[in-house]
Design a protein around this ligand. Structure first.
Ligand code: 3PG
Length: 305
């Protein structure tokens, strides 16, 4: 069995060793394609592999069609919007993610961005504190729950909106559940986004919603850029000189936003949320173990297609 790790943004070396330990033990061959720059390189690498591990790498129909022997693809991470699930299913490929494995890293970064915004990008001017402020968790999954936990440590009041999670489950964590997304945005100085990018959520964070935020409101995005309506973000940033937007995923119009709202924005040059040794090891190892369990025992836990 040949397992490919295709990572345009590579794992930490310790994570690659952890993956190799799992595949070696199973008697599988491991091949690496790191820091590739052309789709052609990926198409060539997938040609004869039985399984593959990716991160935000795009598993398009073209890639999946080219992977003639592929049986399973695992996104080492949470969001699988980078996999064409229809093409995977059509090619009899099981697609999986590794939910929860990199969540703490992303949650820590979300709080890091909040501190950075509160302290004016550390520019020497007096800022504000997180303590006593309200943070609204928009979608209470693995990352959202951890953001809430850490935020409580900062002395923040935590609110959440997630129609897919039982109210009582969220409340058990000491989090106030609000009844609508509008109520969340109008109640909180900070909003931390944790919704996936799909047909329902794309462009959903729009002018009307952001304009509900209280004075000095800050939107933190460690989720996906596609959920933001970028034109309406520009409009609301123009109309509301108090709003800030800090994102781990640079928007398409990041140059324009940085030029016009330099002291109210921050964008990571490359998505950094899950980019820690610990998260890489956990997600990479889980991905390798899931591949071995699927190939050896047909275990489809975490299948998403
Ligand atoms: C995820 O969905 O798990 C995160 O966005 C991490 O993505 P990355 O593996 O590309 O850093």
């Amino acid at each position: 069995m040949k397992i490919l790790v295709a990572t345009e943004k590579p794992f930490a070396p310790a994570a690659v060793s952890a993956i190799k330990a799992v595949t070696d033990k199973a008697g599988f061959e491991l091949v690496m394609l790191e820091k590739y720059t052309e789709t052609a390189q990926l198409l060539e690498a997938v040609a004869d592999v039985d399984a593959m591990i990716i991160r935000s790498d795009k598993a398009t129909k073209e890639v999946l069609d080219a992977a003639k022997n592929l049986k399973v693809i695992v996104r080492a991470g949470a969001g699988y919007d980078n996999i064409d699930l229809t093409a995977a299913t059509a090619n009899n490929v099981v697609a999986m993610n590794t939910p929860g494995q990199n969540s703490n890293a992303v949650a820590e970064l979300a709080l890091g961005l909040m501190v950075m915004a509160a302290r004016n990008n550390y520019n020497g001017k007096a800022g504000t504190e997180l303590s006593g402020k309200k943070v609204g968790i928009h979608a209470y999954g693995n990352v959202g729950r951890l953001v809430g936990n850490i935020a409580r440590g900062f002395g923040m009041e935590v609110l959440a909106f997630d129609p897919f999670v039982e109210k009582s489950v969220i409340e058990k964590d000491g989090v106030k559940v609000v009844d609508s997304v509008e109520e969340l945005y109008s109640s909180c100085e900070y909003i931390s986004l944790h919704i996936p990018a799909n047909d329902k959520t794309k462009n959903s964070i729009n002018y009307a919603l952001l304009n509900k935020m209280p004075n000095g409101g800050t939107l933190i995005n460690t989720a996906r850029k596609e959920v933001i309506h970028e034109d309406e973000l520009v409009k609301v940033m123009n109309d509301r000189e108090d709003l800030k937007y800090y994102s781990d995923i640079a928007p398409t119009n990041s140059d324009f936003l940085t030029e016009n709202f330099a002291d109210r924005t921050f964008f990571s040059p490359k998505k950094m949320g899950a980019q820690t040794a610990e998260a890489n090891i956990k997600a990479g190892k889980a991905a390798a173990e899931q591949i071995v369990a699927f190939i050896k025992n047909g275990d489809k836990t975490f299948q998403v297609n």
